[in-house]
Design a protein around this ligand. Structure first.
Ligand SMILES: Cc1cc2nc3c(=O)[nH]c(=O)nc-3n(C[C@H](O)[C@H](O)[C@H](O)COP(=O)(O)O)c2cc1C
Length: 213
């Protein structure tokens, strides 16, 4: 049983811990205390850049994509096309082109592929004339949260997409995604079983303000 002295000491340590933390981290913990599963998934999801060498079940990938297309969209236009690439040949093939253009990436001993080493990648296309990026972003978060709830890790990726859109040699891989003619590749989501548990990055709570008058 804890003596009052020990309790006092524990209180002091807890207080010191609180003071060491920034207000953002405190806010994350506060929301974490809420046992609502959706809130917990939102607070616990992290970008994963290290994956287990374990295939992802097709049913899970399918469910993740289904959650994506159930996101809201302006006038229910559903301005997205989703391509799930579960192919080592595809991922390694485009990565070879990436490595040729960026030889330095191979200096990282953990580098496996250009999609943060994930075994699968979800590519999202949107109408090339623009204006639907917001809808696609909502679909992305749906997919990442659904994946998290299924024990999968994800990482939203913009960098590799710029490469795929700009590099001539990558064109054939872009074509393999079979987006409609009037669509362009917007972003990708790396997905697989996570092999790391990164800490939350700090969030700036000053971005939120209540207005009462
Ligand atoms: C639009 C977008 C593009 C991103 N592009 C990349 C990327 O190219 N490479 C990468 O490692 N992470 C990328 N990220 C992940 C962010 O770095 C990450 O979400 C952010 O640091 C916050 O960390 P968290 O997701 O763990 O909360 C991207 C995220 C978004 C939303």
């Amino acid at each position: 049983m804890k003596t009052p002295k020990l309790l006092f000491l524990a209180g002091l340590i807890a207080l010191a811990g609180c003071q060491l933390k920034g207000s953002d981290e405190q806010k994350i913990e506060k929301a974490d205390e809420n046992k609502n599963e959706v809130v917990q998934a939102i607070m616990e999801r992290r970008s994963i850049r290290k994956y287990k060498d374990k295939p992802v079940e097709k049913e899970k990938l399918d469910l993740v994509a289904t959650c994506g297309i159930n996101a809201p969209s302006g006038m229910n236009k559903q301005p997205w096309e989703i391509r799930i690439v579960d192919s080592k040949a595809y991922i390694d093939g485009i990565t070879d082109i990436f490595k040729e253009a960026n030889p330095k990436v191979q200096e990282d001993p953990n580098f496996k592929n250009m999609f943060r080493n994930a075994p699968c990648v979800i590519f999202i296309g949107t109408p090339a004339n623009g204006g639907s990026e917001f809808d696609c972003g909502l679909a992305a978060e749906n997919m990442m949260l659904a994946a998290y709830s299924l024990g999968l890790g994800t990482c939203c990726l913009g960098g590799p997409i710029r490469f795929m859109n700009d590099n001539d040699k990558a064109k054939s891989y872009l074509e393999k995604l079979k987006f409609s003619d009037d669509y362009k590749l917007l972003y990708a989501i790396a997905i697989g079983y996570p092999d790391e548990t990164p800490d939350a990055k700090p969030r700036d709570s000053n971005k939120v303000m209540f207005i009462y008058d």
